[in-house]
Design a protein around this ligand. Structure first.
Ligand code: WQD
Length: 326
């Protein structure tokens, strides 16, 4: 099949492109390069620069490349920014998806994989989050992801398009240093930044009802996440009319303090963290049940937190050669 990967020049998208190609699929990248980087797209993969709000260009791209499957990752993804600019997030993430689905359902595309997020669950009050845990997003970002799932499912039901919404938990790591996340918006790069500035990493609150008082998350290696997309693509190809909603995590909770300890050990920076105020809106614990993805896709994460930090650090030191090495 030929897959259109929207957002394929982004951090996660570039990994998905490589995983699909390694699995023998053809790929075309569609990206507006607002945060994507053209160099992340392999030289023999066509790159179409455009917005998901441009229905004409989308229709032309689907036809020109005889696309039969779509993996849609192009979206805005900063929770805080979504609170400040909700209309922008709804336009990019919901209207952009609606326009894309219009083009997709008018073309001979049979499979659609949506990049969703654990943010749809909001503040889940359960030990392990299953796909049946009620969705109660806490930010416009999470709302747009949940609305996106609804759009995709409704379009699938109406047209027979096979669909999968993959709810990513906390993504980290890289397949190779040049594919590492260049954004500094999440725990791992934020700790790298502090350490390499010779400052103390920050723990946003240590009075949560968790074993060490810091927030617990389910970290997933981007290479495993990319492989989950390949498994979902295969499942949709094998069963037309499928409609999947799947958590993509490891089912293992790791606290902020444990992560920072692991990061300081791996990077060789011996700098104890400081505790600051809680970050508003942070849930105490968000850990996936990964059972459904295992059952439906035969997929399971292979990489641990050490692999994530080690590979992310290789990317960081490539871009910050002065960073002292451990
Ligand atoms: C993890 C934990 C912080 C930095 C967000 C989105 C989610 C998804 C992934 C997108 C939290 C703590 C962080 C620091 C800290 N987004 N922290 N010190 O908030 O779980 O998830 O990113 O696509 O939708 O909500 O991820 O990496 O920001 O934070 O203590 O310097 O680390 O408070 O508990 P989060 P995160």
């Amino acid at each position: 099949m030929t897959w259109l990967i929207t957002g394929g020049a982004g951090y996660i998208g570039a990994h998905v492109v490589r995983a699909l190609r390694a699995a023998g699929e053809r790929a075309v990248v569609y990206d507006d390069l607002s945060t994507g980087i053209a160099d992340r797209v392999p030289s023999d993969v066509p790159l179409v620069v455009g917005s998901t709000l441009d229905g004409e260009l989308l229709a032309r791209t689907l036809a020109d490349h005889t696309v039969t499957g779509v993996v849609h990752l192009a979206a805005k993804k900063q929770v805080g920014e979504s609170v400040e600019r909700p209309l922008h997030y709804y336009r990019e993430n919901v209207e952009g998806l609606r326009v894309l689905l219009e083009a997709v359902t008018a073309a001979p595309v049979t499979a659609f994989v949506l990049s969703s997020s654990a943010a749809v669950y909001g503040m889940p009050d359960v030990d392990l989050v299953t796909e049946e845990t009620p969705c109660a997003p806490m930010s416009p970002y999470g709302e747009t992801k949940l609305a996106g799932e609804w759009l995709v499912r409704a379009a699938g039901r109406a047209t027979g398009l096979s669909t999968a919404s993959l709810r990513y938990f906390n993504v980290a790591g890289a397949a190779s240093p040049e594919l590492a996340d260049t954004g500094v918006f999440n725990l791992v790069p934020m700790v790298f930044e502090k350490l390499t500035e010779d400052a103390a990493p920050r723990v946003f609150g240590d009075d949560y009802p968790t074993p060490d008082g810091t927030c617990v998350r389910d970290y997933i290696h981007v290479v495993d996440l990319a492989e989950a997309h390949v498994a979902a693509a295969r499942a949709l190809q094998a069963s037309p009319g499928t409609d999947l909603t799947l958590n993509i995590g490891r089912g293992e909770g790791v606290s902020v303090r444990e992560m920072i300890d692991r990061i300081t050990a791996i990077t060789g920076y011996d700098r104890p963290p400081v505790t600051t105020a809680r970050r508003p809106g942070d849930p105490a614990r968000v850990v996936a049940s990964a059972d459904r993805a295992a059952a439906e896709l035969g997929w399971k994460a292979r990489h641990d937190v050490t692999d994530m930090i080690t590979s992310a650090w290789a990317g960081w030191t490539r871009r910050h050669p002065d960073a002292r090495r451990g």
